[in-house]
Write a protein that binds this ligand. Structure first.
Ligand SMILES: Cc1cc2nc3c(=O)[nH]c(=O)nc-3n(C[C@H](O)[C@H](O)[C@H](O)COP(=O)(O)OP(=O)(O)OC[C@H]3O[C@@H](n4cnc5c(N)ncnc54)[C@H](O)[C@@H]3O)c2cc1C
Ligand SMILES: NC(=O)c1ccc[n+]([C@@H]2O[C@H](COP(=O)([O-])OP(=O)(O)OC[C@H]3O[C@@H](n4cnc5c(N)ncnc54)[C@H](O)[C@@H]3O)[C@@H](O)[C@H]2O)c1
Length: 461
């Protein structure tokens, strides 16, 4: 039995920076990783997808050359081997950077293998037992492939397969119309595939307001992505060399022909093979580890960080989990998850930047509200770039004069949203930016204008 001051399970987005802080505090740390250092984000998530999105954007812009006054002298075709190689390099560089970072920590040992709790104070890895007074679980999640008619009879891809694909699917059917589904849908359409999104709910990305869902759908359909919402009878069958994907229950409904099927219907936590029972760590009905506001599990000395605790599903929330735990343990602070503002981006083009409540959530909060909305056709920077799809909008509390939420679906929306996110984090009134002098021409320069336009009803109702 080897003894450490701390054991971290999983080298994803929270584990390595936590190892760094504990190391700097002089603690001996074992960090266990069963697969690839960097976890989902680096190897099969954010990094490769945003690299692929960039390739798709470049191809799309080249096809739009005529809009900008140039031509490329022939049809734009995509070399999927080169596209995949570019993504692979970004992955490997990032992973190696993470590995080097960990190996340079004097008191940290990276152990490759599957960790499993034997008790609340012991884990087994590679047949060896390790013990520590503190455990930090950062095991992340994986794509969920639910039981659906015929799902076991056909090959089904997940994000892990998609980022490694170096061929162009002729007919790609994507089940699930949220972050993963929409990002892959647009990029593969731009690479040249026929793409159909099949979504069970009656609109895409249904956690957003209906106007956001509708605009996102319009953006994708304008590029030739087929969208089938309200899909109530999804099923799969082999059809010759390909796959037939049933969508609707109607008797006369025809299945969609696919060469490839991507399953993008959510993720499940990697908690089923961790021996949590032996440690007595509680999970919820979906397997997410139950934590309190400080990310402590029900067992003293065991914390859970990142996707596996169900309190966030993003790299920045996993990283913030590390910041919270480190600040409380090492800096004597009182940081809590409930202090975190929800913010995220959807990386279709143009991207959707989001912070705080949707209009619908704000409406349900019972507050007196102010709304403001501006189409990107009235944002100079968007006009100049020839990228005028989308809008920016905001909802605020009429009494406290605080912004409650905002969405920027438009060029640069993933960056510009931070002007609002920072204001909300600083708990500033909507009047604060009255005399700000933003830089022209930017998308952000319209944020004070949108704030000044806040009114009790949107112009369109
Ligand atoms: C396609 C896709 C695109 C995404 N894009 C974005 C984006 O643009 N922006 C964003 O913020 N988020 C994005 N995400 C989400 C983001 O990747 C995750 O939120 C983030 O990686 C979570 O980090 P984590 O540390 O909790 O878990 P992970 O990164 O999943 O790391 C967990 C690690 O634990 C290891 N592990 C698991 N069980 C064990 C065990 N028993 N023993 C040892 N090791 C174990 C795993 O191998 C893994 O390396 C995306 C996700 C996907 C799938
Ligand atoms: N830009 C980003 O930050 C980014 C990008 C990709 C992934 N992610 C993370 O990855 C996680 C997983 O993304 P995701 O898109 O797979 O999941 P999700 O949970 O966001 O959405 C799943 C979608 O699939 C639909 N769905 C569920 N079951 C279905 C079924 N049986 N048939 C048809 N449709 C069904 C849901 O209605 C929903 O629209 C997200 O929570 C997100 O945090 C983030």
């Amino acid at each position: 039995m080897r003894n450490f001051d701390a054991i971290i399970i999983g080298a994803g987005q929270a584990g390595p920076p936590l190892a760094g802080r504990l190391n700097d505090a002089g603690m001996s740390v074992a960090i266990i990783e069963r697969h690839l250092v960097g976890g989902t984000c680096v190897n099969t998530g954010c990094k490769p997808t945003k690299t692929l999105v960039a390739s798709a954007y470049a191809a799309h812009t080249a096809r739009r050359g005529g809009d900008y006054g140039f031509s490329v002298g022939g049809p734009i075709t995509v070399d999927m081997k080169a596209v995949a190689a570019r993504a692979a390099k970004v992955i490997v560089d990032s992973r190696e950077g993470n590995e080097n970072w960990l190996s340079n920590m004097d008191h940290v040992e990276l152990i490759r293998g599957q960790a499993r709790f034997e008790s609340a104070t012991e884990i087994a890895v590679n047949g060896e037992r390790l013990t520590a007074p503190r455990f930090f679980i950062n095991v992340g999640g994986r794509a969920s492939v639910p039981e659906m008619p015929g799902v076991g009879d056909v090959p089904v891809l997940t994000n892990t397969d998609m980022v490694a694909l170096d061929v162009l699917p002729r007919q790609l059917v994507i089940v699930g119309g949220s972050y993963i589904g929409l990002e892959f849908a647009q990029m593969y359409r731009r690479f040249g595939s026929e793409v159909t999104i099949v979504e069970r709910q009656d609109r895409l990305i249904a956690r957003e307001d209906p106007d956001v869902s509708a605009a996102v759908r319009g953006i994708l359909e304008a590029e030739g992505v087929v969208v089938r919402t309200g899909a109530d009878c999804i099923g799969f069958a082999r059809a010759g060399e390909g796959i037939a994907v049933a969508v609707d229950c109607a008797d006369d409904a025809r299945p969609i022909a696919a060469t490839h099927v991507l399953m993008a219907v959510g993720r499940r936590p990697n908690t089923d093979d961790l021996g949590l029972d032996a440690a007595g760590v509680a999970v919820d009905s979906r397997g997410f580890i139950t934590v309190d506001d400080y990310l402590q599990t029900n067992v003293p000395g065991i914390w859970a960080l990142g996707d596996c605790n169900g309190r966030g599903a993003f790299t920045h929330t996993a990283y913030n989990d590390f910041e919270i735990v480190a600040a409380n343990l090492l800096d004597g602070e009182d940081r809590r998850v409930s202090q975190r503002l929800p913010g995220y981006a959807l990386y279709i083009d143009p991207p959707l930047g989001r912070v705080g409540m949707t209009d619908e959530q704000a409406g349900r909060s019972g507050r007196r509200l102010l709304f403001s909305k501006r189409p990107m056709t009235r944002v100079g920077r968007a006009v100049e770039k020839g990228e005028t799809q989308g809008f920016m909008k905001m909802v605020a509390d009429a009494d406290t004069r605080r912004i409650l939420g905002a969405a920027i679906l438009g060029t640069g929306g993933d960056e510009a949203i931070h002007g609002i996110l920072d204001m909300m984090n600083a708990d500033q009134s909507i009047d604060t930016l009255r005399w700000a002098v933003p830089i022209h021409p930017t998308v952000s320069e319209l944020i004070p204008t949108v704030l000044l336009d806040l009114a009790t009803a949107l112009p369109d109702g």
